[in-house]
Design a protein around this ligand. Structure first.
Ligand SMILES: NC(=O)c1ccc[n+]([C@@H]2O[C@H](COP(=O)([O-])OP(=O)(O)OC[C@H]3O[C@@H](n4cnc5c(N)ncnc54)[C@H](OP(=O)(O)O)[C@@H]3O)[C@@H](O)[C@H]2O)c1
Length: 342
């Protein structure tokens, strides 16, 4: 009898805020793997703000492809266990990552490049860590945090670095890495609980960007200005950074989540990049795969020594993935947002 499994499909492209009603759970047949393919039972799947950018007829130029309507959503990082293999190097029971998430089973072409190479089928060493860490500190989140600091030369330490969305998946790793390499880190988040967590758990100077004037709060906490801004938010956060960056300052442009659902209102003080000789450097974690091994090596050491902590918000069951996405965008998750598939 043919195996079946459930997958999430996009039913309609959201206008404005994304809703679980934009998706449906569909039961589909799971084919046997062909030559060079592996059948994987997915156990953890990732929930990322970038998915929102693909829930439209056309994704931003240069970004990952838009999700088609009424089909499986390809290009979402996931971790699972090999059930059946017809590809060299993979055997049943192997822990792997690949990019056919938001479904219970996936037939994966072992050689096919996915998500710029980051999501290509890869065996994971889970001897000393939980498999889902490869969706967090040892995977794309760790790489994005590490690469973002790397591309603006903020891994050498000794500077003041502001990191926004600091209680989230990328941000909570970026704040810790930036501090471990010797920077003074200023962190911001959108609730008092998150700010308390950043202060108590990591000993950071943190503030709630929703409580009062953002630019004034940043000025209070970093009166001498900042050298680096790690931007996950865009909009008024980027404007505040431009105001407070010192001459020669750098911005790691990681994302602009404040604009994903509402669109951009522009950056009103961009001329400050000229007047202060600033560098605004966009980057993608997956474009920095050459740093993956180095990042995993350093992260593993920090995780083992207890110098770096990893936090997750876990939703259970495939059907919870759309809800998890809306909760994450609304700021109601902390650390890496994941769906456990059991
Ligand atoms: N360049 C890359 O390769 C790459 C890779 C992964 C992620 N990213 C980007 O990195 C950013 C963070 O991603 P993540 O996966 O780590 O997600 P996350 O931070 O775990 O979750 C998103 C967070 O964004 C904050 N947020 C939502 N709307 C906001 C708004 N209007 N203004 C300010 N903050 C808002 C919320 O936190 P608060 O409660 O603090 O508001 C929410 O928890 C996103 O922009 C994402 O697109 C980029």
């Amino acid at each position: 009898m043919m195996r079946t499994g459930r997958e999430i499909q996009v039913r309609t492209y959201p206008v404005g805020g994304v809703s679980p009603d934009d998706f449906e759970v569909v039961e589909v047949p799971v084919p046997r793997p062909g030559p060079g393919q592996v059948l994987v039972r997915n156990t953890w799947t990732s929930v990322d703000p970038g998915l929102r950018l693909r829930l439209r007829p056309d994704a931003p130029s240069g970004y990952f492809a838009a999700f088609p309507l009424g089909r499986a959503m390809d290009g979402i990082m996931t971790v699972g266990e090999v059930v059946e293999s017809r590809a060299a190097g993979f055997t049943p029971g192997d822990a792997v990552w690949h990019a056919q998430g938001w479904r219970e089973y996936a037939v994966v072409d072992a050689e096919a490049e996915q998500l710029n190479g980051l999501g290509t089928l890869t065996r994971l060493d889970v001897g000393a860590c939980e498999p889902q860490w490869y969706l967090g500190p040892l995977g794309g989140m760790g790489l994005t945090a590490y690469a973002g600091l790397h591309v603006v030369d903020a891994l050498r330490g000794g500077e003041t670095v502001w990191i926004s969305a600091a209680a989230g998946a990328v941000g909570s790793l970026a704040v810790q890495i930036a501090r471990l390499v010797g920077n003074r880190v200023v962190a911001s988040a959108g609730t008092d609980d998150k700010v308390k967590w950043l202060r108590d758990r990591f000993g950071l100077d943190a503030f709630n960007y929703r409580a009062g004037d953002l630019e004034a709060r940043l000025g209070d906490i970093a009166p001498d200005g900042i050298d680096v801004y790690f931007d996950s938010v865009g909009g008024t956060h980027l404007e505040a950074a431009l105001s407070h960056l010192r001459r020669g300052g750098r911005v790691a442009m990681c994302g602009s989540i404040s604009e994903y659902e509402s669109g951009s209102a522009g950056t009103r003080n961009l001329f400050l990049a000229v007047s202060k000789d600033l560098t605004l450097r966009g980057f993608r974690g997956s474009s920095n795969l050459r740093l993956l091994g180095q990042m995993q090596h350093r992260m593993t050491a920090w995780l083992r020594s207890g110098e770096l902590a990893h936090h997750e918000t876990v939703f259970t069951g495939l059907e919870s993935a759309p809800h998890a996405l809306t909760e994450m965008i609304a700021g109601r998750t902390t650390g890496k947002t994941l769906v456990s598939l059991g």
